[in-house]
Write a protein that binds this ligand. Structure first.
Ligand code: NAG
Ligand code: NAG
Ligand code: NAG
Length: 399
């Protein structure tokens, strides 16, 4: 099992190598006070990202959660113009929860193509149809009150809607994916989504894995196990790491202590050792945007190009290259076949509520913003959902 998983990992990473190993951050459409970001705000982010001191590469990609500009119905998000002016690659997102259709996102994208042409489309490296929708409708997501999501049938239908809308256009050639937490990908019921996408986006946060020895020194092991399980489950589709990070401040989560030193350790052990220039990676995050998180994930304050810690990558690492026998780890390997049972056990043990739960371990509201739907506001639900979602998901699969 281990060697076959290792082979699967190698083969997926190899096939993914034909694509560029993008380096980027995530960017919501609104600020912590839920006011809209405009072009100048996105541009400031993209310029900082590209000029980070001692970065292990150029962070010239960004993952967005919607094509729709906040405060509008279906105008293109101004991040597009900022990306054009800064030559920033775009991993687009379409919001697929709390909506009967994806018309606003599709319309915004069509308007952008008309307005900017190839200056825009040449920057688009991929599109995710949905974000953590399947997590929110999983047993764990429901238990954690993660907010409205959608099932695999609906996600596949939205993927087909997108393909139909852009078939034969420049965006028709863009690889289509879906982003979700890793336990979602090992749940066999979601296989139709795997079959429908060109690549798989996975959000992983060892910080939230309470009950699993989630001290910072074990983060590399926990991360690897979740990534290996995802890779093994997706049948050779390229895996992109669409969110990961460790908070630099805020309360502890079980054994996981926040702090700048730990955020730096995580950057090195997960980012440098495993991801940067090896796997398409969208770090969480350049700056914070969820006001309900008690933890801060941003690596910069006020978009300074000098981050909170030195981004220089070391040449040696603590985490063993094989996950077998990692400290504090169980030897249970999570496989596609064990996914559903892992998920249900996670659900029963899902005591964490995520960053938005205010540190409660009794499963309070996972994301206040998840219940505020509709329009661009739905984007903020997505942002909030992203971080906390991984929580229960990770536990679930690890049990
Ligand atoms: C597995 O996925 C299906 C479809 O997304 C979901 O309804 C179900 O709750 C998931 N299983 C668990 C244990 O979460
Ligand atoms: C960030 O900006 C705010 C508001 O301008 C300021 O009060 C704060 O001191 C700044 N923080 C840093 C670390 O520069
Ligand atoms: C995992 O642990 C169990 C119980 O300690 C042991 O019986 C089993 O052989 C171990 N499996 C592997 C693959 O190490």
């Amino acid at each position: 099992m281990r060697s076959s998983t290792a082979l699967a990992v190698a083969s997926v990473l190899a096939s993914g190598a034909s694509a560029e190993n993008y380096l980027g951050f995530n960017s919501g459409s609104t600020f912590p006070d839920k006011s809209a970001k405009f072009k100048k705000d996105f541009k400031a982010e993209f310029e900082t990202a590209q000029n980070l001191v001692n970065a292990p590469g150029t962070f010239n990609a960004v993952r967005l959660y919607t094509n729709v500009q906040a405060y509008s119905k279906d105008d293109p998000i101004e991040a597009f113009e900022a990306a054009i002016e800064t030559n920033t690659k775009l991993l687009l997102g379409i919001w697929t929860s709390e909506t009967p259709d994806i018309n606003n996102d599709v319309n915004a994208l069509k308007k952008a193509v008309t307005k900017y042409g190839t200056k825009f489309t040449d920057l688009v490296i991929g599109i995710s149809i949905g974000s953590e929708d399947l997590y929110r409708t999983s047993e764990t997501g429901i238990k954690n009150k993660a907010g409205p999501g959608n099932g695999p049938k609906e996600i596949v239908a939205f993927i087909n809607d997108y393909k139909k809308a852009f078939s034969g256009t420049a965006l028709g050639a863009v690889p289509v994916g879906h982003v979700d937490t890793w336990d979602v990908w090992v749940n066999g019921t979601n296989k139709p989504v795997i079959d429908a996408v060109d690549w798989v986006g996975v959000d992983e946060y060892p910080y939230y894995e309470n009950g699993k020895g989630n001290n910072i020194k074990n983060s590399g092991y926990l991360f690897d196990r979740a990534l290996d399980a995802t890779v093994a489950a997706v049948g050779g589709k390229p895996v992109w790491v669409t969110e990961t990070g460790w908070p630099s401040s805020g309360p502890a989560w079980d054994l996981a202590e926040t702090g700048v030193e730990n955020a730096k350790y995580y950057w090195q052990e997960i980012g440098c050792r495993k991801l940067f220039n090896k796997v398409p990676t969208f770090w969480y995050n350049l700056r914070d945007s969820n006001p309900d998180n008690k933890q801060q994930f941003a690596i910069t304050k006020n978009l300074s190009t000098t981050p909170l810690f030195d981004l220089t990558c070391p040449t040696t690492f603590d985490t063993p290259t094989t996950t077998a026998g990692a400290p504090g780890a169980t030897n249970t390997s999570v496989s596609p076949n064990s996914g559903s049972s892992g998920g249900s056990s996670g659900g029963s043990s899902g005591t964490q509520s995520g960053p938005n739960g205010g540190g409660s371990t009794t499963g309070g509201a996972a994301s206040p913003s998840s219940s505020s739907a509709a329009g661009p506001g739905k984007v903020s639900s997505q942002q909030a959902g992203s971080v906390f979602a991984l929580v229960a998901a990770l536990f679930a699969a690890l049990l």
